[in-house]
Design a protein around this ligand. Structure first.
Ligand code: KG4
Ligand code: ZN
Length: 337
């Protein structure tokens, strides 16, 4: 089966082709111009998606040596995300579906991330624990099948990626914060400052606003006496605290469920310390860690195509009337056990 995936939920336009289970193109165009605003400007994002989506589709077809008529399933991110941005990819995909008379599936972006480990050579085995760490979400899940996802916990305030972005701004390192903090942290001492890791009653929930506030207090206490070494130390100590918080909850889930694989996915899964720490955790408990390659961690259409195909294979059908959704769609999610 030949599937096209289109992703336009935030500041990346991406088009992918999935041909008989193999990704033959995964083109990602990042809207770097948002940097100067310190965050994503929704209207500018929509306009940029509109300009690039068609050329990217043409390039992806060319790269995969196929024509539009060969495409058998059209998938696009339906939400959550910026509504104007979502509408661009979604409407484009529906237009393709209508004109080619081929089925269309709207995909939940978070579900795209959850199953992104399946794009790797070694795939997760059901049931598995997924830790989703992105700019907008932090979720711990028990994934029983392609259509049964049990929510164990989530952040009660900021998402992990959001905390990286906010702290990066505080330190004057710029946007997006994750890669900037990681680069500064390499030159810093992670044991220099002891930023607090939230202890929550619920075993699987997360909180990152405390760490963020204590970084702010620390920066304020320096009264402007910042230098590169202090910034690097703060970055390293902050990164260490966030990764510890994530790993602790992941370990609890590994101990409490009979699973053989764990998968860490989403933009923050590109973080080297998190990748190493999750790998060590997997070895300690003898569970396999499936972590996507870098190009499948951040927003990409390969994961959307894969997720769309898995839904289609499970007998799920969509219509051209389906609407974009800005929040988390709960279709395949259930709370607790
Ligand atoms: O999944 P994603 O690309 O977009 C959303 O769906 O939100 O995640 C973006 C988030 C941003 O907050 C970014 O700062 C973070 O992922 N990120 C990282 C790293 N690379 C990207 N966080 C920590 N370390 C990284 N290397
Ligand atoms: Zn994402």
């Amino acid at each position: 089966m030949i599937v096209i995936g289109i992703e336009s939920s935030c500041d990346e336009t991406s088009v992918a082709i999935l041909k008989n289970g193999k990704i033959t193109a995964n083109l990602i165009s990042s809207q770097d111009f948002h940097k100067k605003f310190g965050g994503v400007v929704p209207e500018l994002s929509s306009r940029a998606h509109l300009q690039i989506v068609n050329p990217l589709v043409k390039e992806a077809l060319l790269k995969s040596s196929i024509s539009l008529n060969d495409v058998e399933l059209i998938t696009a991110t339906a939400g959550p995300g910026l509504i104007g941005a979502l509408l661009v990819g979604l409407t484009y995909a529906k237009g393709l579906s209508y004109s080619l008379n081929k089925p269309f599936i709207g995909v939940n972006h978070i579900e795209g991330h959850i199953f992104s480990g399946f794009l790797m050579e070694e795939k997760p085995v059901f049931p598995f624990i997924a830790l989703v760490v992105s700019g907008g979400h932090t979720l711990l899940l028990l994934v029983k099948s392609f259509t049964e996802i049990v929510k164990l916990g989530s952040t009660v305030d900021d998402a992990a990626g959001e905390a990286f972005d906010k702290v990066s701004k505080m330190l004057g390192l710029g946007y997006p914060g994750g890669p900037k903090i990681q680069a500064a942290a390499i030159k810093g001492d992670q044991n220099k400052i002891n930023f607090p890791i939230a202890q929550l009653k619920d075993p699987y929930n997360f909180s990152f606003s405390g760490i963020k506030t204590s970084v702010l207090r620390y920066v304020q206490s320096l009264n402007g006496n910042m230098n590169e070494q202090i910034i690097n130390d703060i970055a390293a100590s902050f990164q260490f605290a966030v990764v510890q918080a994530l790993i602790r909850k992941l370990e609890k889930a590994i101990q409490n469920f009979n699973i053989k694989s764990i998968s860490v996915v989403g933009g923050v899964a590109a973080n080297r310390l998190l990748r190493e720490s999750a790998g060590e955790l997997g070895n300690k408990h003898d569970v396999k860690l499936i972590i996507p390659a870098f190009e499948y961690c951040g927003d990409n259409a390969a994961m959307i195509a894969f997720r769309g195909e898995s839904l289609y294979a499970a007998g799920i059908r969509d219509t051209l009337e389906s609407k974009p959704f800005p929040g988390l769609s709960e279709n395949h999610f259930s709370d607790g056990l």
